[in-house]
Design a protein around this ligand. Structure first.
Ligand code: SF4
Length: 269
């Protein structure tokens, strides 16, 4: 109850999300992670782009910035460079992050700037009517792929790692406590952190692909997830169709905003 009063803008409720949407679960995990990490509320900023999940910024009682489609990381980069002491969480959907904002995503990773990207992956553009995104699995239907998409989906965390991100984790709305822990670990990591949060969209994705309602989708999500530690002991055939969960990589490397400010300080004596 205290968390709700302190961290939610209750006057903005009820939220706009459909019944059974996973966005509320992911948002709650983020709030609990911030509380668990013990940050001063005034030192936390939530930045978001455009899409169903990005509406979370409006409901959260922190410094918030609801930006343009695909540009959340660009806004967050400017803020982090001006105020490096702030802790920033950047909420994006899969299309927002990996299509429209794809360039910002790879370059944020390349710089290893200390931002925490929370990518809510529901495999579809929910808000704009169910178009397929670069994270829609091959063969799944969307308004723009009525017979199933022919494109291969990005592995978002492989993409992030390849571009230079130094922390990557995957959780899901069916295992909210684990998701909370992953976000806490991402926040404590110094550098560009990506948490991919798989989240059910029963309306724009589940219904079209006959995945059942929210309960069935959450159940399916849980059953197809395998912890990275367990996966290491499984053979390839058993891992077919499974999704790895947990911290996939955590690397020490110089962080951009602190390196930049150190250099400026040195140049100005
Ligand atoms: S369209 Fe999908 S992602 Fe958007 S609010 Fe509805 S269930 Fe959630």
């Amino acid at each position: 109850m205290q968390l709700t009063q302190d961290f939610l803008r209750t006057k903005k409720l009820p939220h706009i999300w459909c019944p059974g949407c996973g966005n509320g679960i992911v948002t709650a995990a983020l709030v609990r992670a911030i509380e668990r990490a013990g940050y001063d509320q005034r030192e936390v900023v939530i930045v978001s782009g455009i899409g169903c999940s990005s509406r979370a910024a409006g409901y959260l009682n922190f410094n918030t910035l609801h930006t343009t489609h695909g540009r959340a990381l660009a806004f967050a980069t400017g803020l982090k460079m001006a105020r490096p002491e702030l802790t920033l969480f950047v909420i994006m959907g899969d299309g927002d992050c990996s299509a429209i904002g794809g360039n910002h995503f790879i370059h944020s990773a390349r710089r290893n700037i200390d931002l925490n990207a929370i990518v809510v992956n529901n495999h579809i553009y929910g808000m704009t009517g169910g178009q397929h995104s670069p994270l829609t699995p091959t063969g799944m239907k969307a308004t723009t792929a009525p017979g199933g998409t022919l494109e291969r989906a990005f592995d978002l965390l492989e993409l992030a790692k390849g571009a230079g991100a130094t922390f990557g984790a995957r959780g899901n709305a069916a295992q909210p406590r684990q998701l909370e822990q992953l976000i806490t670990r991402a926040a404590k990591h110094k550098g560009f952190s990506v948490v991919e949060a798989l989240s059910p969209c029963p309306i724009a994705y589940g219904r079209r692909n006959k995945l059942g309602g929210a309960v069935e989708m959450l159940k399916g999500m849980k059953e197809s997830s395998v912890a990275v530690e367990r996966a290491a002991e499984m053979d390839e055939a058993d891992l077919e169709g499974k999704t790895l969960n947990g911290v996939l990589f955590s690397i020490d490397a110089p962080e951009f905003s602190s390196e930049y400010h150190r250099m400026i300080k040195k140049d100005h004596g």
